[in-house]
Each structure stands twice: as C-alpha cells, then as structure tokens.
Design a protein. Structure first.
Length: 256
C-alpha cells in the first residue's frame, strides 16, 4: 500500500464537485431514457445518489459511456476520507464496482471485447493487488501481467488490443511520455517529451497523444502528435496557447 497518496483533486484538472455532478448528470440523462421519461425536456437530473444515499462521494475525476450504454464514473476523496471509487450507472440505478481504492483512478478505456480498463495511481482495487492499471470483465477485477512503468494519466486501446498509456514514465533511466503494452510487457514509444494528458485511437488504429508535449528534437510544444508506428509527427501546426499550454482531452467524433 502507498504510504502517501496524492490528492484526488489535481490542480490542473480540479473542478467544483457540483459542476462535475452536473456534467455527469447531463451525460447520463442522454444515455438513460428511463430516467428522462419522468423529467421535463432539457432539465438536469441529479443522479449522484442511489437508493441508499450518496454514491458519488467526492469529485468525479473520470466519466465514460460503455458500448452497452452504461455510464461509468470514477472519483473519490483522499484515502483518509474513504479513498477512491468506480461506479456504474444504468437505468435501474447505481452499482459500486470498486470502493475504498487507496489512490486515484484517473482514466478509463474500453477494449474491443467490451472489458473496461482503469488506470491511475493505485495498488489495489476490488481486493486485487495491481500496479496502477486493472481490467474489469463485468464481474471481477484482474491484474495485468506486466508492471506499469509509473502513474498513468491517459489510456487508450487499439483495435488490435494494444494498450497505450500516457504519463511521465521511466524505462531503465530513459524518460517516455507514452508506453504500449503488448505480449504482457510495456515498452516506450520514444520521441516525445513532456506530460501526456490524453490519448485517442482512430478507427484505423492511428494513435494520437495530447498534453504538454514536444518532440525530443524540438523545443516547441505543439501539444498534439500522431504515432506513425515508428515515430511521432505533429498534427498540423499543433495546439498552442500562452494562456493554457496544455491539451487536457482528446476524442474522435462519429464522423472521424
């Protein structure tokens, strides 16, 4: 178990809890028709509580809709106030699938087979010892065989089931911002420097990374790059701003 746990409210991503719950309500409102039937059109629905009381205790730090339409949320407090959680919302209500996590779940990703992967900074989830990443198969938690290279801030899974993780990693004293998990082992995708806050994989399998990033061969932070399979390439002229030099999220629209 960690002797120290970073705050579950990273300064760069912190939002008031109420605003996070409103965002969560909006997504779940769209995803669950049963709840919407009893509400006025366009009205927010508070789904932060279940039949036995509050379920989302603390800030919601991650949110994702599953292929079956269920909504998964992660968040929580420091380990001294109960730790983190992962919860699942359907039209019938909330289900806690992990609680009292000694750390923080920061990111979700779904595999092609529908399994949910969660990652962040934690060494146990649902009674299973892990190393910052775990798999939920719908009924139980599983540990990956390889040991993650560090805390994970972003996660994506390719159509070939390669798992990509973003963060600030170290491989035999070699720094890396993105790593890939194949054949039960992690390896660096070399060429980027900085912190990776978001990853996304296109339908064609192209990997994109965003955050506060630059190429090792450049001093300019363009913040968004595409992995060609052998090297990183900037996406257009990049995304730069003096007021906010980070890209915190990345997603593909249905039209690509």
């Amino acid at each position: 178990m960690h002797t120290e746990c970073p705050s579950l409210y990273p300064e760069s991503r912190s939002f008031p809890t109420r605003m996070r719950l409103l965002l969560f309500a909006l997504v779940a409102f769209a995803a669950t028709g049963t709840a919407a039937q009893s509400q006025t059109e366009g009205q927010f629905l508070d789904i932060s509580s279940g039949p036995l009381g509050p379920v989302l205790d603390g800030a919601v730090t991650e949110l994702v809709t599953a292929p079956d339409g269920a909504v998964y949320a992660a968040g929580g407090n420091s380990i001294f106030l109960g730790g983190g959680y992962v919860a699942r919302w359907t039209s019938s209500g909330w289900e806690q699938i992990a609680e009292h996590i000694p750390g923080q779940v920061r990111t979700f990703a779904f595999a092609p087979d529908g399994d949910l992967y969660v990652a962040g900074n934690f060494d146990e989830i649902g009674g299973v010892e892990v190393n910052n990443i775990a798999r939920w198969n719908g009924s139980s938690w599983w540990r990956l065989r390889g040991s993650a290279p560090g805390y994970i801030d972003a996660l994506a899974i390719g159509p070939d089931e390669t798992i990509y993780a973003g963060g600030s990693f170290n491989f035999d004293s070699q720094a890396a911002s993105v790593a890939a998990f194949r054949d039960n082992a992690w390896s660096p995708l070399e060429g980027l420097s900085g912190s990776t806050d978001a990853l996304a994989v296109s339908e064609g399998g192209d990997l994109y990374a965003s955050g506060h990033l630059r190429l090792l061969s450049s001093n300019t932070y363009l913040n968004t790059y595409r992995w060609t399979g052998t090297e990183w390439m900037s996406v257009g002229e990049g995304l730069t701003s003096l007021s906010s030099p980070h890209v915190y999220d990345l997603v593909f629209a249905p039209d690509g």
